[in-house]
Design a binder for this molecule. Sequence first.
Ligand SMILES: Nc1ncnc2c1ncn2[C@@H]1O[C@H](COP(=O)(O)OP(=O)(O)OP(=O)(O)O)[C@@H](O)[C@H]1O
Ligand SMILES: [Mg+2]
Length: 392
Amino acid sequence: MPHAIIGQSTEIKRLVSLANQVASTSVTVLITGESGTGKEVFAEYIHQHSNRANKAFVAVNCGAIPQGLIESELFGHVKGSFTGASSSRKGYFESANQGTIFLDEIGELPLETQVKLLRVLESGQFQRVGSSESTQVDTRIVAATNRDLQIEVYHNRFREDLYYRLKSVELYLPPLRERGNDILLLTEKFVRDFEQKHSRQFIGFTSEAAELLLSYDWPGNIRELRNLIESLIVLENDEKISAQLLENYLYREDKKPFVKKNEPIENDFEKEMIYRALIQLQTDMSQIKSMLSHLLEKPKQEPAKLLLPERAESILSKEDRKTDKEESLRDMLKSFYEEAKKSDQAPTLQELERYAIEETLKKCEGNKRKTAKTLGITERTLYRKLKTYHIE
Ligand SMILES: Nc1ncnc2c1ncn2[C@@H]1O[C@H](COP(=O)(O)OP(=O)(O)OP(=O)(O)O)[C@@H](O)[C@H]1O
Ligand SMILES: [Mg+2]
């Protein structure tokens, strides 16, 4: 039985109605949205509401299959076509014939496979690996990605023709934090589910805790909410959940372990601290500015102690791991700061942050994963910041 799609927000209602509309056709659908927003739930919904519902729904995670195997997994192979192919085997496209194939993480498909996928989309035809005969299927394709495919196209990692072909019907699932009261509806649903699963009674949330549920930004979206509710039901079932208690369960970037055990420190510590100061510690602006200029002027001192004294110990010993590249990041921030100060108006924290993001993005040639890593923030946070600052 597919999951019901819970949600009464205008956008979710619109998406469900769009899904109903396309379900009855065989049109290819692309589902986009952050991780945990329900892409797979929507894909199954479309299948279940189509006239293919009593045929197979085959979900394939394109990112989880080794590149060398992906074509034989998708299209099948004939006996002897490669070492280890001791018999012929049909692929997922044939298994899903007359049903639906769900190509999850489609952005991970290698370019050569993308060409073949385009052909299936256009003609329903493909060749099994090692065969010269074409096989014809009637398989409906629903694809999903949490990457921005337009950016992938720009970097020549995703074929433009395939992108436009896939995108003819796109369902963009908004992040949970933009769904308003749906957060509470989903909470209720998960409470009921897990009460039943664990035979526990849930006492409820205080109104402050409910407000926190509504104001929290849910980086892991619905998956995170679902896991949270399960933990609360299992671990906290003898009193009402207060906002304070709830906070302990919510993810906050500043709560992340600063240095994971046994993990080598890759980044120069000073740089890390400067960026953290700029980007994450949303404390008093002038205080940060003075710390920053202090750090920049005296890079050889122990800046860690200024910012996060309790964490300094573990990292200071690695202080001398500096590369030219990292040095130049610091220099660039320094000159920006000095330049801005000359105009008699020290930059605001937002200006510094924006500048740091833009420059790092340039240095990393637009690679968001690298940029986020360099800045010491998650990719998701980076995307949010890019949106906030309208950085293309
Ligand atoms: N609207 C919804 N109503 C009820 N449950 C939902 C809804 N959307 C998502 N869920 C639940 O949230 C969890 C995550 O959903 P799903 O796996 O579909 O997300 P996803 O977008 O595919 O994530 P990822 O990108 O990480 O693969 C699942 O447990 C799913 O059942
Ligand atoms: Mg998924």
